[in-house]
Design a protein around this ligand. Structure first.
Ligand code: SIN
Length: 304
């Protein structure tokens, strides 16, 4: 038997595979494809204090090795999240992490305060990295001082594990990661999407109404792996790897680079069962290689 469990701060996950925010709805959208209780955890879609329509269509486009999105944090808002969405996860035996964003620094504190007493929420992921909205997005996560302030204000409102989702669209991601750690984050998620765009040459129109969007999928995996590795070198808190993880081999690479868990995003759109296949692949890899605990893989890269 292989022990697949890992710890993120005070959270014990049954395995290191979570589904990423914005790719798995509010947690029950994939019920016909998989048993969500098999997952290490679910990160629900970003919620904001008030409902948001999001950006005009088109807001998703395919690229040769990935996907561009410019959703604009479309969501039902905090009230409906608490009344309709969260109760649907009541008896599910897996970790639930609520991803939140605000339009202002203060609004991060307000949304965290609004949801933090819910026993069904095991942890809170702060989205300071959405590239598709003016406020509550990239601007916060690209500045270490503002990131620190968002984390500090959120930390004041909750004792639940606080995870900060970082943007790669900065010169030095370690600076932002350190700011998050120093102001009270329990973990960081690395990384959100890379800013990208595409143009349809027959219509000469941008693929996305918003022109710029966030690139995800296999094309960004080497970048995500490098960023996660760089952050692991400087932080004492756990790092959760995200970015183009499509196979169990990808997940092993991230663990060897030093992350404690991974989030699977774009893969769920291509193969809704993919996250479970990654868990099974990890288990078999450990079995075949005589690894009794998946935790023993973390940071196990051997430098040549
Ligand atoms: C979006 O809603 O535009 C994407 C979410 C994100 O990148 O954080």
């Amino acid at each position: 038997m292989v022990d697949l469990s890992v710890k993120i701060g005070s959270l014990r996950l049954k395995n290191p595979v979570l589904t990423a925010s914005g790719t798995f709805g509010y947690g029950r959208d994939y019920d016909e494809y998989l048993d969500i209780a098999q997952l290490g955890g679910i990160v629900t879609k970003t919620i904001t204090l008030n409902p948001r329509e999001g950006n005009p269509m088109p807001r998703i486009a395919e690229t040769p090795a990935g996907m561009l999105n410019s959703i604009g944090l479309s969501n039902v808002g905090a009230d409906r999240y608490l009344s309709d969405k969260l109760p649907a996860l009541k008896n599910v035996d897996t970790v639930v992490i609520a991803n939140v964003a605000g339009d202002t620094i203060e609004e991060y504190g307000e949304i965290v305060s609004r949801i933090q007493d819910q026993s069904r929420i095991d942890g809170i992921e702060i989205n300071v990295s959405c590239p598709n909205v003016k406020q509550g997005g990239l601007a916060f996560g690209t500045n270490p001082d503002i990131t620190a302030e968002v984390v500090r204000i959120s930390r004041l409102e909750t004792e639940k594990p606080l995870i900060v989702k970082l943007t790669p669209n900065v010169t030095d991601i370690t600076e932002i990661a350190l700011a998050a750690q120093e102001s009270g984050a329990d973990a960081v998620s690395c990384m959100n999407t890379l800013v990208g765009m595409g143009i349809d040459i027959s219509t000469r129109k941008p693929l996305l109404h918003h022109i710029l969007g966030g690139l995800s999928g296999p094309s960004i995996k080497p970048v995500a792996l490098a960023k996660a590795y760089q952050i692991v070198q400087v932080l004492d808190i756990p790092v959760i790897g995200i970015g183009g993880i499509m196979t169990w081999e990808d997940a092993v690479e991230f663990l060897l680079a030093g992350v404690t868990a991974v989030q699977v995003g774009t893969l769920s759109f291509v193969d809704p069962y993919g996250s479970i296949a990654i868990i099974e692949g990890l288990r078999l890899y450990c079995q075949k290689n005589g690894i009794s605990k998946v935790e023993n893989l973390i940071g196990g890269m051997i430098q040549s």
